[in-house]
Design a protein around this ligand. Structure first.
Ligand SMILES: NC(=O)c1ccc[n+]([C@@H]2O[C@H](COP(=O)([O-])OP(=O)(O)OC[C@H]3O[C@@H](n4cnc5c(N)ncnc54)[C@H](O)[C@@H]3O)[C@@H](O)[C@H]2O)c1
Length: 366
């Protein structure tokens, strides 16, 4: 694995590395960790790779690694959003597989370009929608698919954070800086966490959003992107829904909550208590399912420890990498988001911005 991004002080690149290596099917051997060559080198030392394989740019990494018999098989893209497209194109053109972080790109037109490239590429392109790796999210998907709830009537998904409640981008906080810069982020909260909620809703409900009405707001004065979003949803079977995404929700850490209501029963999953899934029936009975107990095969496969031994974000991420390693070996379980899923996410982000406040169809055109 060659990592693009994940330099000193960054967030998700190091998580990719830990997760990818958890099952010893993947090893980080090279990287272009930063735009600053010295910082890329520093990161390489920290990751304990051969210092010669900590490169000054991803183009240098791709060129040099291709010359090696033990060169990287795939790259991970964990940079700010505007670099997702060029990094993915360069890797795919070089015959490398790609695991990219979300959102797919900064803009919808970039996503269309990348989807076309991925469709003709020799090697796979996939996206790391972290939350689809949790065992009980996979169990929720199974329960819905197998009809435990009856036909889905309503989906409510909330993703609230409070860390951008103040204009910390003006105080030099790196993660806030590029996320609030339209040229680098593309969109604000809707693209940063709204798209996670969107993917989680479709992934678990097994239904597609067809229409929606998005109210995007910027509540911190002077901020250049949205930081608070309320979206009404309609699904392809007529189900209704609501998606809340906010980064100004003071006091919230990473409140990702999912509720799905069917005709006969409902389910609820909370990311900050990820090892349980509640199922509630019409008669008032509540059943709590626990990770590590008798669940469906996909949830069992996604669990490493016996019940009562908490697993979390890193293990969920590692599940994506286990799927990815199998995919590279020719075995696709269909759970990883591909370029068409990435394009759906970008179409949602784009339409939410363009049709702000009006009902709009979610149209995915290549
Ligand atoms: N899946 C998830 O749960 C999740 C969580 C957080 C972030 N993300 C996504 O991951 C990406 C990175 O987010 P982050 O919070 O880690 O950002 P960050 O600012 O913490 O880190 C970005 C890193 O990219 C490096 N970088 C920038 N330009 C580069 C270049 N040209 N070549 C090599 N490296 C370069 C920076 O030096 C830095 O180390 C974003 O797209 C974000 O949306 C996903």
């Amino acid at each position: 694995m060659g990592l693009i991004g994940g330099g000193p002080g960054s967030f998700i690149g190091a998580v990719h590395r830990l997760a990818a290596e958890m099952d010893r099917e993947i090893e980080l051997v090279a990287g272009a960790f930063s735009t600053d060559p010295a910082r890329s080198h520093e990161a390489g030392v920290g990751y304990r790779i051969d210092p010669a394989r900590a490169y000054a740019s991803w183009t240098e990494m791709i060129t040099q690694e291709r010359l090696r018999s033990d060169g990287v098989d795939f790259v991970v893209i964990a940079t700010p959003n505007h670099l997702h497209l060029p990094a993915a194109i360069d890797a795919l053109d070089a015959g490398l597989a790609v695991m990219s972080d979300k959102p797919m790109t900064a803009t919808l037109s970039e996503a269309r370009t990348l989807a076309a490239k991925a469709a003709s590429a020799a090697r796979p392109y996939r996206l790391s929608y972290t939350y689809s790796g949790y065992p009980l999210v996979r169990e929720a998907r199974r329960q819905v698919a197998e009809g435990r709830l009856g036909p889905v009537r309503k989906v409510v998904v909330e993703y609230s954070q409070g860390w951008l409640a103040r204009p910390i981008e003006a105080e030099g906080v790196k993660q806030a800086g590029w996320r609030t810069e339209p040229a680098q982020a593309g969109a604000g909260c809707i693209g940063d966490i709204g798209v996670h909620a969107f993917h989680l809703a479709e992934f678990t409900a097994g239904r597609r959003v067809t229409r929606f009405c998005a109210d995007l707001n910027t509540l911190v004065p002077g901020r250049k992107v949205d930081d608070d979003c309320n979206v009404l949803l309609r699904f392809d079977n007529g189900a209704t829904g609501a998606l809340i995404a906010s980064q100004i929700a003071v006091g919230e850490r990473n409140r990702l909550h999912l509720r799905i209501y069917g005709e006969r029963a409902a389910l609820e999953w909370r990311q900050e208590q990820p090892n349980t899934l509640a199922i509630r029936d019409l008669d008032g009975t509540e059943t709590i399912l626990h990770a590590g107990t008798a669940l469906g095969s996909e949830a069992i496969a996604a669990t490493r420890l016996p019940a009562g031994h908490p697993e979390g974000f890193l293990e969920a991420f590692a599940n994506l990498y286990r799927d990815f390693a199998r995919l590279l070996a020719g075995e696709d379980n269909g759970l990883l988001a591909d370029a068409s899923e990435g394009l759906r996410g970008m179409a949602f982000i784009d339409a939410a911005q363009v049709a702000d406040g009006a009902w709009t169809d979610l149209e995915i055109s290549a």
